[in-house]
Design a protein around this ligand. Structure first.
Ligand SMILES: [Ca+2]
Ligand SMILES: [Ca+2]
Ligand SMILES: [Ca+2]
Length: 311
């Protein structure tokens, strides 16, 4: 796994105890390389003049938290994880820290993983950009840190996480519906891999839309008025990655008897309504002008459709 490190830390008087190559890129300070730590001791001596004294023991870092991922309950698109902490009890000389995918990892003397890095005592935050696995799809990462004193003795390790990263939008998405309908509310079939929510709208790029839980079957009301209607569906994962799809449905108004066709039966039914006769089972979505009534506009529309001069 490749990690790209970006580290910011306060340094007393500009003093830097670890070479930049050890603080950036995938290289880290090998945990068991005590020679490296001992090589830092002359620098540690200088730290005394920055107001820091040596101690024999250190506690766990305090108030360890992420400043980039505020919840372990859902994944984020943000691939850069930033951590911050306060001084531990005692007098730290520095810290050993690592990001990995193991919630149970404990930094100790046996570690020889190059991902464990050394941070100088002034470091209070560290950021890591996950560049591998190439495109995390809800992958959990953890941060481990332990302070070390001037005798290279480790304090208690602390772990934070999970910090979940998801940059992969839902795939294999699709939406199907009836080619034609004479009722406004239709049933659509949705499919997707890796989606937990959907946005559905009669308008493309609808800023007022609200999402609902993903389900394979969805009822949806088309916009008013007959004609070709496009329904826009966005499939969403828990990190709000989004993949769009759409379906086109032809809404036929004027179908008074609701048999899916426009014909003389519809014309007769509307004329009976106009004549004041009681007519049962009228399709309310036959309304062509959205006035909530079936009457002359519907009759005219049906006759135009039968004559082939209308829609
Ligand atoms: Ca995803
Ligand atoms: Ca009909
Ligand atoms: Ca009407």
């Amino acid at each position: 796994m490749l990690f790209f490190l970006q580290i910011t830390h306060g340094v007393c008087g500009g003093l830097r105890f670890a070479p930049p190559t050890l603080l950036h890129g995938e290289q880290g300070t090998n945990m068991t390389d005590r020679k490296y730590v001992r090589s830092l001791l002359p620098g540690a001596f200088l730290m005394m003049f920055c107001g820091n004294a040596f101690g024999q023991n250190v506690g766990a870092v305090q108030n360890l938290e992420s400043t980039s991922h505020d919840s372990p309950l859902r994944p984020f698109q943000e691939t850069r994880i930033c951590m911050a902490w306060d001084y531990p009890e005692g007098e730290p000389y520095g810290y050993y820290a690592r990001f990995d995918q193991n919630p149970d990892h404990v930094i100790d003397d046996d570690s020889d993983d190059h991902r464990t890095i050394f941070l100088d005592m002034n470091t209070r935050d560290v950021c890591l950009t996950m560049t591998d696995p190439g495109e995390p799809d809800d992958v959990a990462f953890y941060f481990h840190i332990a302070a070390v004193d001037s005798e290279t003795d480790l304090g208690p390790a602390a772990t934070a996480g999970p910090f979940r990263i998801d940059v992969v939008p839902p795939s294999d998405v699709g939406v199907t519906g009836p080619e034609t309908t004479s009722v406004r509310t239709v049933t659509m079939t949705l499919r997707a891999t890796g989606a937990s929510k959907v946005y559905i709208s009669n308008t493309e790029n609808d800023s007022s839309r609200s999402y609902e839980s993903f389900a394979e079957s969805e009822t949806w009301t088309l916009s008013e008025g007959g004609g070709e209607k496009t329904v826009y569906v966005s499939f969403i994962d828990d990190a709000f990655n989004e993949t769009a799809a759409s379906v086109t449905v032809t809404y036929i108004t004027g179908d008074a008897d609701g048999d899916g066709l426009i014909g003389l039966r519809d014309a007769v039914m509307v004329l009976r309504i106009l004549s004041g006769m009681a007519v049962e089972d009228v399709n309310p979505d036959a309304d062509v002008n959205a006035d909530g009534k079936i009457g002359i506009p519907e009759a005219a529309h049906i006759l135009r459709m039968i004559a082939g001069t209308g829609f």
